[in-house]
Ligand binder design. Structure first.
Ligand SMILES: [Zn+2]
Ligand SMILES: [Zn+2]
Length: 175
């Protein structure tokens, strides 16, 4: 069984300088908001691979790899969408010394794995979450689901219906 770790103790690996280790863990990524909609990462405990290398001098180089499903509604047709998201993220934490680099996820020897995995997942998530790549979406006039149209009659359009009051206004503008 994979151990669960939302916070990971880097010091606990007892790595000597230049040594690296790969660990498999389960991390809770939780939910995120994209385009005003809430999405969740599935499964609840996402299995991740964490690679930790202890650098010469001080500090750690970290690499995080995982795949999770983004669950929520399609941004075009509002039906369920569950695209898979591949994540590969790197962090370096080298406190003190000449080239000072501080990872926001590392505090001393403690890695906030849940926060890092959450942010990396949000960055890797698609800008447009769709139920499928070629989702046709909803008709902007009548909100019919354009994915459900009769394949024999795939065209769907509306006569441009002009409100007579607007037509009058148009005439005025032209004068
Ligand atoms: Zn869709
Ligand atoms: Zn329509």
């Amino acid at each position: 069984m994979t151990a669960t770790a939302d916070e990971f103790d880097l010091g606990g690996l007892r790595l000597s300088v230049g040594e690296g280790r790969r660990t498999e863990l389960g991390v809770r990524i939780g939910s995120l908001v994209l385009g005003g909609e809430r999405y969740t990462a599935e499964p609840e405990r996402v299995p991740v691979k964490l690679e930790v290398s202890r650098m010469t001098g001080s500090g750690y180089a970290l690499r995080l790899l995982f795949q999770a499903t983004l669950e929520g509604s399609c941004m075009r047709c509002l039906k369920r969408a569950s695209p898979k998201v591949e994540v590969e993220a790197r962090e370096v934490d080298r406190p003190g010394g000449g080239e000072e680099l501080q990872s926001p996820y590392v505090n001393g020897e403690k890695l906030d794995l849940a926060a890092w995995a959450h942010d990396a997942f949000a960055l890797a998530a698609p800008v447009k979450v769709l139920c499928r790549e070629d989702c046709a979406g909803l008709c902007p006039v009548c909100a019919a689901d354009l994915n459900d149209l009769d394949p024999a009659r795939p065209e769907h359009h509306h006569e441009p219906a002009l409100d007579p009051r607007w037509a009058k206004l148009r005439e005025l503008k032209l004068e």
